[in-house]
Design a protein around this ligand. Structure first.
Ligand SMILES: [Ca+2]
Length: 237
């Protein structure tokens, strides 16, 4: 009897503590921001983008940056999810600049420790039109990709004791207006799709209910491609 009444007394408190804990966890890892791309007006709509990246991203709409990962790329294990609300007009060109963390131009991380490695990237996103609630795009193989930074070009340097000297890299600048409609497609390819296991999804990834069609994408090399531009075009509904 005693234990029963004690349990009955405690359980609401426990439930409350669990709920508070969950709320704090969500607040810590699912950041929310908003921005406007273009002039607000009768023809604009409001959209919400949900994004998870290993390790960092910025979101561009019709050539304008509307948000970015709130956790700096230099933060160890920055695997948070983001929800970004923005206002824009159809048609949309949606661009993601995605970056895998590398300690320097060598393309490696944890340099000088027993965890020294190349590391990998991966990003997934879905965008809703808030008026209809419909998902208007998900990341998939139809997105275009352009690799800006690749390292190391000689992966055997992963064991080097002086990777900044021994590892080779290649970097190009982001083309002007790359996230505007009608931008050049020269050098762009289709994005490559990866499984959650290949990317090793964690932490914030599970906080978002992903549309089944949303896929993790990156350049053709999940490990060596370090900065990748990704984009898609959405017509008016
Ligand atoms: Ca990474």
């Amino acid at each position: 009897m005693f234990s029963r009444s004690l349990k009955a007394k405690r359980s609401p408190v426990l439930r409350c503590a669990v709920a508070l804990g969950l709320a704090l966890m969500a607040a810590a890892t699912l950041a929310t921001t908003s921005a406007v791309a273009g002039q607000p007006g009768a023809k604009t709509s409001t959209f919400t983008a949900e994004v998870w990246a290993d390790n960092w991203f910025a979101l561009y709409i019709n050539g304008k940056k509307v948000g970015e990962d709130s956790v700096p790329i230099t933060t160890e294990r920055s695997f948070n999810a983001e929800k970004i609300t923005f206002t824009a007009s159809y048609p949309l060109t949606i661009g993601l600049m995605a970056k895998d963390y590398t300690e320097n131009a060598s393309g490696l991380e944890y340099i000088g420790t027993d965890r020294q490695q190349i590391g990998d990237g991966g990003i997934i996103a879905q965008v809703r039109d808030n008026k209809t609630g419909k998902v208007i795009t998900v990341t998939n193989a139809a997105w275009q990709a352009l690799v800006l930074s690749k390292a190391p070009l000689n992966p055997s340097c992963v064991t080097s004791s002086n990777p900044t000297v021994d590892c080779k890299s290649s970097t190009i600048a982001a083309p002007a207006n790359w996230s505007k409609s009608g931008a050049s497609t020269t050098g762009w390819t289709n994005a490559s799709v990866y499984t959650p296991a290949q990317v090793g999804v964690k932490e914030g990834y599970a906080l978002i209910t992903w549309n089944p069609a949303a896929k993790l994408i990156w350049g053709s090399n999940l490990e060596l491609d370090n900065t990748v531009l990704l984009r898609t075009n959405i017509k008016a509904p």
